[in-house]
Design a protein around this ligand. Structure first.
Ligand code: NI
Length: 228
């Protein structure tokens, strides 16, 4: 399931992030430092050193926005969020087709995180660069994603995906992975659809007994399927 989340960040948060990232200097390193043997040969970009102060400062802006975003919570059902990372592509940079590594080690505490969901939060507007589309493949074909600054896409980490070459400008983004309470993408998709339907029924004051029953089913499915 691929879900776009509009306006995760507001204009003031975007300005604050962009100022920090644009002035990060030596904290920008070759993106291959965190690539596995499959990704390294096709990865040509830069990313912020995970242990730098600028990474921590930017994480502190975005994580609270994630935690209070109802679409993110409903679609991802997060268990553990990998420390957020930041990358940029300037002209000629590209990240060829790959599948993200299945397990990552948290650089701060050494714990392993299973990557169930991949996320990209766009920090530059499409007018600022050409190319640089995030192309994600699933059973319905290839989806080209290029969102406004402040918008985010989440998709199954099992997906083959790539970032097409940048032909003008610079594309800066935040990216990260989540270990979900619900490992299976099709189960997560069912729960997301059910939660959306319940929200609509709540807004339209539908029959209370039926709503209570559906909400019970939702929670009991989460209980049945979740792992912590
Ligand atoms: Ni990737």
């Amino acid at each position: 399931m691929l879900v776009c989340i509009p306006n995760l960040l507001d204009a003031a948060q975007l300005v604050s992030l962009r100022e920090r990232l644009d002035r990060a200097g030596d904290a920008w390193v070759d993106g291959r430092v965190t690539a596995g043997y499959q990704g390294a040969p096709v990865k040509f970009n830069q990313q912020i050193d995970e242990r730098s102060d600028v990474a921590l400062a930017c994480q502190r802006i975005i994580v609270p926005a994630l935690e209070r975003n109802p679409i993110f919570i409903s679609a991802v059902l997060p268990n553990t969020i990998y420390p957020l990372m930041f990358n940029r592509y300037s002209e000629g940079m590209v990240f060829g087709a790959h599948v993200d590594g299945s397990v990552r080690i948290n650089p701060y505490d050494g714990r392993k995180i299973r990557t169930d969901v991949s996320a990209t939060l766009f920090l530059t507007n499409p007018s600022e660069y050409d190319g640089g589309e995030l192309q994600i493949e699933d059973t319905y074909g290839r989806h080209s994603i290029k969102l406004a600054a402040g918008d985010m896409v989440v998709y199954p980490a099992t997906s083959l995906h790539q970032v097409t070459p940048i032909t003008r400008g610079v594309r800066t983004s935040c990216f990260f992975w989540v270990q979900s309470l619900i490992r299976d993408d099709s189960q997560r998709a069912l729960l997301y659809e059910m939660d959306g339907a319940i929200q609509r029924l709540n807004q339209t004051n539908a029959d209370e007994v039926a709503r209570r029953s559906l909400i019970g089913c939702y929670h009991n499915l989460v209980r049945e399927w979740s792992e912590t």
